[in-house]
Design a protein around this ligand. Sequence first.
Ligand SMILES: [Cu+2]
Length: 127
Amino acid sequence: MNTRHGRSRAAAGVLVALAVAGWLLALGSHAAQERRREVSVSARKYAFTPPVIEVDQDDVVRITLTAEDIPHSFTIDAYRIAKRASPERPAVFEFQADQPGSFRIYCNLQIDEKCRDMSATLVVRPR
Ligand SMILES: [Cu+2]
């Protein structure tokens, strides 16, 4: 092995080390930004409380849905979420808010026509 070869190998080694360090740093800061949110939502003839849920993009959101009177659901089409709760059985579920924007939350148990009026909003603030 000549010296020139050795030097370029050393340089490549340094580059790899820098890349790994940068990757670890990026990973760490991303994990720090990814917050967990706990939100209690109550559904009761015929509204959700709170009417607006605001989170930041990439937050992991844990919803506890309680139905106070009859079964209701928490549905967000864009997130492919449809969770049903009854007075006997609350629903607890998580999702990652990876899409920024404003999304309608509704109840899809529309055999009770007034459930069609149930509406709330998920606001996901972009990073
Ligand atoms: Cu409902």
